[in-house]
Design a protein around this ligand. Structure first.
Ligand SMILES: Cc1ncc(COP(=O)(O)O)c(C=O)c1O
Length: 484
């Protein structure tokens, strides 16, 4: 049985030793955990009465220690470490935490609100059984001598790399050895940025998935944020609007070292056509740029738009491609993605980019979870592929319903055919205002377009990831809110 020990006499000492925990102590809560956790304190008190009461005795339950002395003044302790100036450049929170903050504030004021999220773009439907069962078997295997495995190859399991090559890159000349399996596309984007380093220039679609710009800022590739134009300096923002059919005017785009390009696009839901991607590849080849092609939604493509940049001749010398199981199989929590770096892709000095990416992966990553990889392999089996198609078809039906609703309500509505996102225009209005309006009047979370870059101002994104009954209910509420 732990006995209570009153540590009033030592309180000021404890406070000064671990001042950042002062709050805990001020509440006079039991502080035994702190005493146990701090070997420094443990030794400091060896000669005190606490020791004789058993605090330091090995193998015996430590007593509960109550701190009852008057709270002493909290000492503000700071390190002498300078903050990374690049992190200081970032504006507000990352988009989705900011949305969550506003949603929670709304809920705090309206505790009975039944909020429906068409916001963050997280999947909602269960992972297909055939895929979950493969992960279950892999997890069970880990508890057996035969099935146990520890660290795997940083590049991923050979079988999965092979299956990715033969399933998604069939006939495109992508080799198993060019595919790096990972814990997701977002992480790969950051690791690619780490590989590129701070000294190069970057272009992004505007609007675009925020990870490109934010990782670029963090790496030091950009200047400060210009509040006037709402852009970071030294990033080329390529406007993608209804006027240019969501494909940038490359004739007006300056050369950059790297071009982040996402198709089907998040957030606009638009897909680049073959002719447009040919133009993009030709642009990169002419300028000696590297395209980072984000194909996280390729499986949603239902027309003849390319699903991979490697469908475009000449792309292997100028493009990296990243992909993800997140939106294919509900792996947003499981975490599994991949990046393709072709052997032919070289820096200006002829050094192969793949060797640097391999080095980055081996240094910063220790291989994707073996359970997740078993799931990935199951995704690529004939049954898994069929199950993923069924899941995607479900979300696509949600998208169709949302798109039809916004169109019927008189809004100009884009995307939503080859992607799980509908991009809805509210001309002349601030997208955060529209976000607030839909949140406060209909208890629906959307994503304000301006969170994806200044080009998203005047739009909101509606995500089709949702249970059908929620989508139906959201549609009903939207009709009440905006119906004539
Ligand atoms: C365009 C795009 N790329 C990458 C990701 C992240 O993928 P992952 O879950 O594999 O990190 C997302 C997720 O929403 C995305 O929209």
């Amino acid at each position: 049985m732990a006995s209570d020990v009153v540590c009033g006499a030592t309180r000021s000492l404890a406070s000064s030793l671990i001042p950042l925990r002062g709050q805990h102590q001020q509440s006079a809560a039991p502080c035994a955990d702190e005493l146990r956790a701090s070997s420094f304190l443990h030794h400091s008190f060896r000669s005190t009465a606490l020791v004789s009461q058993g605090v330091a005795a090995r193998g015996r339950a430590a007593p509960r220690v109550r701190c009852v002395a008057e709270p002493i003044q909290k000492e503000a302790v700071r390190t002498r470490v300078k903050r990374n100036v690049n992190l200081g450049k970032l504006q507000a929170g990352y988009l989705f935490p900011e949305i969550a903050r506003r949603r929670n504030a709304h809920l705090a004021q309206n505790p009975d609100a039944r909020i429906i999220s068409l916001g963050i773009g997280d999947t909602t439907e269960p992972i297909p059984k055939v895929i979950a069962e493969a992960m279950e078997a892999a997890a069970r295997g880990l508890s057996t001598l035969e099935g146990y495995s520890g660290y795997g190859a940083e590049q991923g399991q050979g079988a999965l790399r092979g299956a990715l090559a033969s399933t998604f890159y069939k006939g495109l000349g992508v080799k198993d050895s060019e595919i790096f399996v990972s814990d997701g596309a977002k992480c790969d984007i950051s690791r690619l940025q780490l590989m590129f380093g701070p000294a190069l220039s970057v272009a992004v679609q505007d609007p675009s998935y925020p990870a490109y710009v934010d990782s670029s800022v963090m790496l030091g590739q950009t200047g400060e944020y210009d509040t006037g134009v709402q852009q970071y300096r030294n990033i080329v923002y390529m406007p993608c609007t209804p006027q240019n059919n969501f494909f940038p005017d490359l004739s007006a785009t300056p050369r950059t070292d790297v071009i982040f390009f996402c198709s089907p696009n998040n957030p606009t839901g638009n897909t680049a056509s073959r002719a447009q991607l040919e133009e993009l590849v030709a642009f990169a080849r002419k300028n000696g740029s590297i395209i980072v092609y984000d194909s996280a939604y390729a499986i949603y493509v239902e027309d003849d738009s390319p699903k991979s940049i490697y469908e475009i001749p000449g792309a292997r010398e100028v493009a990296i491609e990243t992909g993800s199981f997140s939106k294919y199989a509900g792996f947003t929590g499981v975490r599994l993605g991949w990046t393709v770096v072709p052997d032919e892709l070289q820096y200006e000095d002829g050094f192969p980019v793949i060797r640097d990416f391999n080095r980055v992966m081996c240094t910063c990553f220790n291989g994707a979870s073996n359970i997740a990889q078993a799931g990935g392999l199951a995704c690529l089996s004939p049954e898994g592929l069929a199950a993923m198609q069924e899941l995607v078809a479900f979300y696509k039906e949600n998208t169709r319903m949302l798109r039809a609703t916004f169109t019927e309500l008189g809004f100009s509505t884009y995307g939503g055919v080859n992607a799980p996102y509908v991009w809805v225009q509210f001309p002349g209005r601030s997208s955060w205002d529209v976000f607030e309006e839909i949140l406060t009047k209909a208890d629906i979370v959307t994503t304000p377009g301006s969170g994806f870059g200044p080009g998203g101002e005047g739009f909101v994104r509606a995500s089709a990831f949702g249970h059908r009954k929620n989508i139906v209910e959201a549609i009903d509420r939207l009709k009440k809110l905006y119906g004539k």
